[in-house]
Design a protein around this ligand. Sequence first.
Ligand code: AVJ
Length: 316
Amino acid sequence: MKTKTLVDPFAEDVTKGLTENPKSLPSKYFYDDRGSRIFMEIMAMPEYYPTGCEFEILLQQSPAIVNKLPFTVPFNIIEFGSGDGMKTKHLLKAFTEQGAPFTYIPIDISQEAIDALEANINQALPGIDMQPQTGDYFEALTGIDSEKPALFLFLGGNIGNYKDADAIALLERFHAQMKTGDMLLMGMDLQKNPRIIQKAYDDPHGVTRAFNMNLLTRINRELDADINLDQFDFYCDYNPQSGEVNSYLVSLKKQHVHSALLNTTFYFEKDELVWTELSKKYTLAGISALAQSAGFAVAHNFMDCRHYFTDSLWIK
Ligand code: AVJ
């Protein structure tokens, strides 16, 4: 057998995911430039309620969130995956109005997002003390003044993409970076009427479908592959007993696809699934249990008026 040296993590993960049984592709690869634009379309759909819910929470309850924080001395607000900062600015505004002495440290892998964030925040809150970082969350943390108390932000419901064991592992890494009394504000989607959740992912506009199919387009482009998009479908399913939305690409026939870059052929059976994403929905009891298993306690849940979503405040 010929051995290959693969350096590109995308190439490695695609090779592994399309060779294994059952097949899968990591959802983090949704977010190339085109995928990020499709995700913005998802957030603008009326069916995709989480964005509006978290916006409502931060718009209306930021003063209450600020009141729950015990910090009296200068502290850091460290945000993982800040994006363009359009939601966080409401929270920062409440801190500013209370005269709280903070430094805002947003971290994102996308330079484009950090540039947009700097422009947005500087316009909305001129004079704010801000130290944006581009790159890996944990690498960015090594350069931060860790003496100060800190509020960590992990918003948007991204934790829902992690299987339980992986979520605990990530939260334990956050925990290891935090001091006793530091706090973490976690955006988490809640279990609710299953039809509402099903519609948010199996949307009638086909935007979520395009979001998933874009993974195949990305494989064609970056790995020089010959996937025919017409021979794949998108399927997703919410299971209200497990609280999981699972998304898949489905091979519509027995076929093979070839990547010239990898010099590899991948084989698909008719109706074979490629698992692409988990979007976990929580109960308040499940949130407490998750917090505890990573060494945190829940201080408060800030929910929208319909109780669809929570910004859950945890303390170490
Ligand atoms: C950005 C991970 C919170 O899982 O709801 C939206 C991504 N996937 N529609 C989610 C997503 C399909 C989203 N998160």
